[in-house]
Design a protein around this ligand. Structure first.
Ligand code: CP
Length: 311
């Protein structure tokens, strides 16, 4: 199929075919990243702006590296040192970036829907790098890519997402991608963070950790999103860890070939014991590596590239 979208705003609106085009394109770019000369020309002459109004390590750096590998000029916008601090609106900021010929703007923002708002008037391509608790599409894509690469398929797999689902944009993007590609998704955590309403997405919701772990082919752990919780959702972090933290005793419920995933940043000793994060079933750093290929694919496709032009 042909890719026709100008922006990547979410995964909810993508079809299974579009998701597969991105994953297949990312596979080609991953092969390029294994070569001695890793730079390819598709974005030569283009300007990519990393506009991160919330903190980031993995997403910002891998988008920067992805744009450099595609031969783009890259500008990293620091919100703290920008005129946003002087009251300039996001809309005016974007218009000024476009006046400087920004071709692709990658936005991370605390407000859900901020990238969708920009896409209504921007002439640049907009990529959502995480908007509030709404979506984090490239994280959902790199997680799905990692599962497909490791397991050889997505359809039919049991994927458990464990933790703070309510406030997690990563959870929502994973849910959309995994369900569209035929996986069965189980959500688990405290009832205040995993409400039954998520069953309307097509997921199974359980508050029983053993039940959630036993048949899982993949266990994706999420940290507690303190920055987005407006009220206290459970008595203490210690109680969360005692009831839902993944530790060695609970690993006995996990299949020996199940993948342990985490989008990062990890809170060691809270949602996951350090030994498990560093253990043989963990693919956490592989997720980071795959994020680079996925972000190269997204930059390439929104700029009008065709899946066959990656060589
Ligand atoms: N997974 C993720 O979005 O990490 P960063 O916040 O470091 O980008």
């Amino acid at each position: 199929m042909t890719w026709t979208r100008r922006h990547l705003l979410d995964l909810q609106s993508l079809t299974a075919e579009e998701l597969t085009v991105i994953l297949d394109t990312a596979r080609s770019f991953k092969a390029i990243n294994g070569r001695s000369i890793k730079r390819v020309p598709p974005l030569r002459g283009k300007t990519v702006v990393n506009l991160f109004v919330e903190p980031s390590t993995r997403t910002r750096i891998s988008f920067e590296l992805a744009a450099v590998r595609l031969s783009a000029d890259v500008v990293n916008f620091s919100a703290e040192a920008s005129s946003l601090k002087k009251g300039e609106t996001l809309r005016d900021t974007i218009r000024n970036l476009e006046a400087l010929n920004a071709d692709i703007i990658i936005l991370r923002h605390s407000a859900s829907g901020a990238p969708h708002y920009l896409a209504r008037f921007a002439s640049a391509h907009i990529i959502n790098a995480g908007d509030g608790a709404h979506e984090h599409p490239t994280q959902g894509l790199l997680d799905t890519f990692t599962i497909r690469e490791r397991k050889g398929r997505v359809a039919g797999l049991n994927v458990t997402i464990l933790g703070d689902i309510l406030y997690s944009r990563v959870a929502r993007s994973n849910i959309w991608a995994l369900l569209k590609l035929g996986a069965k998704v189980t959500l688990c955590g405290p009832p205040t963070l995993v409400p039954k309403v998520f069953e309307q997405f097509g997921c199974r919701v359980t508050w029983n950790l053993e039940e959630a772990l036993r048949d899982a082919d993949v266990v994706n752990l999420l940290r507690i999103q303190h920055e987005r919780q407006r009220v206290t959702m459970f008595p203490s972090l210690g109680e969360y860890t005692a009831l839902f933290g993944l530790n060695q005793a609970r690993m006995k419920w996990v299949k020996p070939d199940a993948l342990i995933m985490h989008p990062g940043p990890i809170n060691r000793g809270v949602e996951i014991e350090g030994e498990i994060a560093d253990g043989p079933q963990s693919v956490i750093l592989e997720q980071v590596t795959n994020g680079l290929a996925v972000r190269m694919a997204v930059l390439f496709l929104v700029n009008g590239g065709k899946a066959t032009e990656t060589e």
